[in-house]
Design a protein around this ligand. Structure first.
Ligand code: PHE
Length: 335
């Protein structure tokens, strides 16, 4: 019997398997329910005591060897299966489609970067706000036609809750919370109930700026926007201020820059005028400061606001505003 055990031991030690079937037949013979080792253990019971001393450990050894060998065989067969058959490790990897940063986000980041270098910080506020923050505190009198200029989406009436029509609501919130000096920009999304076309959309993005402090003058406004324009559109850019009207600023001005496409000689982008409008601006109306609890005899300020879509359209000569919100990757991939 000892000879039989020894020959099984060498059979187990030398066993190999290339397929799952071969592993299975090894298992059936040496580990399965009716395996040959169990038979040997049965026989072992009849063996005289003096033989048992040698035979016992040999049998146990055979049993352990068989179990370990089974594990070894099945793991080599399953590892071999994945590396040899279906996966070719020499093939180049498959890459996912890479996205790009939306042009509006790119322009927004650039604007923020330029103003941050001039000492502005970024302020944020809600897109849903009340009438006070969007209109009344900004010196829009009740029933004043200026309210009609900004076709408002109302969410609730009396008291009015609305989608902000400009990011000026953040200015009001900021001045209510923080005393001068203030030097902040407010980028964000705004909403107006306009028919969607190549030139207008029901939502767009703005960056507004607000500076409040002692002795802030129109000269500061002009220099800040002059510096911005040169950084944004090139160092030869000139600016021009045209008188305008906003309820919250007095005096008010539109900011034009010399056309950076034709350099001022006249082209399609500037409609042959040599100038393109980029922002509204003005000195903060003292009523607005007072509405926010800021002493208008001590402090003055200026504010400006620009459309991010408009600036992006000018910069990349995009002629349809709707492209920004259609998510067509053929358009987005170009930036
Ligand atoms: N809030 C104005 C608008 O959306 C823009 C603006 C801001 C104009 C600040 C002047 C000063 O039309």
């Amino acid at each position: 019997m000892l000879e039989k055990v020894k020959s099984f031991i060498s059979e187990v030690e030398n066993a190999t398997a290339k397929t799952e079937e071969e592993v299975e037949s090894f298992r059936l013979k040496f580990v399965g329910r009716n395996n040959v080792i169990n038979d040997l253990f049965e026989e072992f019971k009849q063996v005289p005591a003096e033989q048992k001393r040698e035979l016992g450990p040999a049998l146990n050894n055979l049993k352990n060897l068989a179990q370990n060998k089974l594990k070894e065989l099945s793991s080599t067969v399953s590892a071999g299966k994945s590396s040899s058959s279906d996966i070719d490790v020499t093939l180049p990897g498959a890459y996912g489609v890479e996205g790009s940063i939306h042009p509006i986000s790119q322009t927004k980041s650039r604007i923020i970067e330029i103003f941050e270098r001039q000492g502005f910080n970024v302020e944020d506020g809600p897109e849903i706000d009340n009438d006070w923050n969007n209109f009344t505190a900004l010196n829009f009198p009740e029933n004043h036609p200026a309210r009609e200029m900004q076709d408002t989406y109302f969410i609730e009436k009396n008291p009015d809750i609305l989608l902000r029509t400009h990011t000026s609501n953040v200015q009001i919130r900021l001045m209510g919370r923080k005393k001068p000096p203030i030097r902040s920009i407010m980028p964000g999304r705004v909403y107006r109930n306009e028919a969607i076309s190549a030139r207008a959309h029901c939502f767009f993005h703005q960056v507004e700026g607000l500076v409040v402090g002692e002795n802030i003058s129109f000269r500061d406004l002009k220099n800040t926007l002059y510096h911005f324009s040169k950084e944004m559109f090139g160092k030869n850019t000139k600016i021009r201020l045209r008188p305008s009207y906003f309820p919250f600023t007095e005096p008010s001005a539109e900011i034009d820059i010399s056309c950076f496409i034709c350099g001022g000689s006249g082209c399609k982008i500037c409609k042959q005028t040599g100038w393109v409008e980029i922002a509204g601006s003005g000195m903060v109306d003292p009523n607005v400061l007072e509405n926010c609890g800021i002493d208008s005899t001590k402090y003055s300020g200026f504010a400006f606001g620009m459309g991010i879509e408009r600036i992006t359209m000018l910069k990349y000569q995009i002629d349809d505003l709707r492209l920004f919100s259609e998510n067509d990757v053929r358009f987005l991939k170009q930036f």
